[in-house]
Ligand binder design. Structure first.
Ligand SMILES: [Mg+2]
Length: 164
């Protein structure tokens, strides 16, 4: 069984869910098709710092919206899977594309669809307000809730432990 320090040392890819992780989970409907989401600016600057440290990011979300495509492009997210019915399949496809092992991935989630990814990633992180099952499955639970700097907190924590 790997220690938490060992799990963190090898992380090269951060895999994040959108709703409830990179946002607070609210989905605002505007008109027939448009979905509005609010992203936290410090999560964004954290992801940029993550990339500056030579790391990569992937987004896996069950929903699909233009807002996610725009935010991911803005932040230079390497892999974006929207409308993922099977998040574990999407996770495995990303690992293959990135030539990485599951142990080199940290996954962040808030709800049950994220669970298979969390259970297969080297490091499993839950946001503070994740459902109880996801919190129990995580190696680390952030102090910040989803959409309120949880991703930034996880990045600072991993980079800090990696000494970068
Ligand atoms: Mg979610």
């Amino acid at each position: 069984m790997a220690t938490l320090a060992q799990r963190m040392a090898g992380v090269e890819l951060l895999v994040v869910d959108i709703d409830g992780v990179l946002t607070d989970g609210q989905i605002i409907y505007a008109g027939q098709e448009l979905e509005l989401k609010a992203f936290h600016v410090r999560d964004g600057s954290g992801i940029k710092a993550w990339h500056d440290a030579g790391k990569r990011t992937a987004v896996i979300t069950g929903r699909a919206s233009a807002a996610v495509a725009r935010r991911a492009a803005e932040l230079g997210v390497a892999h974006v899977v929207q409308g993922a019915a099977d998040k574990l399949a999407a996770f495995r496809a990303i690992l293959e594309k990135a030539s990485l092992a599951p142990a080199q991935a940290a996954a962040m989630g808030d709800d049950l669809p994220d669970l298979p990814v969390l259970q297969n990633a080297g490091l499993a992180i839950a946001v503070a307000d994740a459902c109880a099952t996801v919190r129990r499955a995580a190696h680390y639970v952030t102090l910040a809730p989803g959409g309120r700097g949880a991703v930034r907190e996880a990045i600072e924590w991993i980079l800090g432990c990696q000494g970068t």
